[in-house]
Design a protein around this ligand. Sequence first.
Ligand code: CA
Ligand code: CA
Length: 351
Amino acid sequence: MTQNGRQRLQAEKDNSNLSVPGIIVKKLLNTLCAVAALLLPVTGQAGVIRHDVNMQEHIALAAAPQFDPVGRLLFSTSAGNWICSGTLISASFVLTAGHCLDDVTTSNVTFDVGGFTYSGAQWQVHASWNGDFLAGNDLALLQLMGNVGNVTPASVYQGNDEVGAIGTHVGLGSSGNGLTGSTLGPGTKRAGNNRMDLVDSTNVTGRTHSNIIWTDFDAPAGTLPSQGTGLYPSAAYLADPLAYSLGITSGVALNLEYSIAGGDSGGGFFLQENNQWFLAGVHSFLAGIDASGPNASYGDLSGSIRVSSFANWIDAAQGSAAVVPVPGAVWLLGSALGVLGALKRKVRVAA
Ligand SMILES: [Ca+2]
Ligand SMILES: [Ca+2]
């Protein structure tokens, strides 16, 4: 372990039976990676893209006005300074990932959006979040000191047509391309597309719920394992991981195919319906079954919390948190105290 790594649960390698369909079910449990990131020197890039696409296309996409509500979440814990992403969903509330704000030592929370920096007033972590990423309760709601006046908040999706939609991930996470995975530090806002492949976790993890939007990072046609660093050793797998391993229809690489990476935690996964954009997912974790582990290389999977499953909680949390902010910040830690056990299981490893 080093001091400059991303927060990761475990990334044990188990390369047995790599060609057997259904392997994701067996391996996901020990190849998960939270996508918060320790704050490293900013290198001016963010997110992981196809190796044959210009980064500027992704930076330009992130600048589209419908993605203005996505901003940078910075905070400190006893373990260091961290970066996540978040999405403004009302004038003063930001939806982000539970694992970004669940440490009882968290302090110095700020959110950058619309060209301004806002201090965090208080927050609430979902009561069922306990560090179990595959359970799908990785949400937190942050209330800012004051209102954001120059950004239109995102609308929370409350439909049920996520599967098959082409979604857009937006965040400020780490960068790289699919051949190597995440190799560059976080800091720049970027966006990319991916198909929302499924919400029923049953066939992927054995968990019977629909609280996670799963996507796979498809490689362009013809990409060979030998081109990359530790990619899963099958060109057919890389071209369509979910179809190859589980027989799940998932499509092939989009022009701006994209994977979330460290620092994208809490960022938004958007879909468009009836010409309106909605926040449908909150970035939560990466999973990988290849020799490179969950590093956002081709073939890796990502999970975003399906916000339509939590619409009631989001409304209630805003109501319960709607108190007058106290100067100097009052930290609403009642929920976070319940996840101490999970915090002890977190480890930091090399990026
Ligand atoms: Ca995909
Ligand atoms: Ca990988």
